[in-house]
Design a protein around this ligand. Sequence first.
Ligand code: S3P
Length: 176
Amino acid sequence: MLIMRNVVLIGFMGTGKSRVGRLLASRLKRPYIDTDKKIEKGCGIPIPEIFQKYGESFFRTKEAAVIARVSRYTHSVISTGGGVVLSPENMSRLRSNSVLITLTASPQTILERTGRRNNRPLINHPDREQLIKKMLSERELLYGASDLTIDTTNYTPHQVVDIIVTFLREGGFLRG
Ligand code: S3P
């Protein structure tokens, strides 16, 4: 049923998925799920430590297992990690019962937002700016395959939520 679909946020690191997801869930009065938090909880350690101790492919395996689990949920708002799009299987699972929304931002904004905390092992690099640009261009097509894309560069999280709610309402994904 249309109104039971999840709303899934995808996008590069620092585009606001967690902040917007939390606000959106509270606005829609729906459960909120953050897949990175679920992975951390399952492993008992934070993401940088997962990468450091066990490597990226271990993290991706855990991520796929969490995606398989949460894609059986309904009526939830789900924020994903930026690399969830790298797996076609993750995406087909999420797509099956969700509205997919991509958040983007300019490389400069991503650089600034992700610089506030040192919790992104994949861009923990002396030339973060170059790396961010390279990864953005490698993933651009993958992020493009969604139902709606919002550039969050010049918006507050509340404004992004407003745009999403309008889109969901106009698409018949919400009651009222
Ligand atoms: C990753 C993004 C991170 C986290 C992990 C890998 C990525 O999530 O899943 O560090 O590959 O882009 P955020 O997008 O929430 O930072």
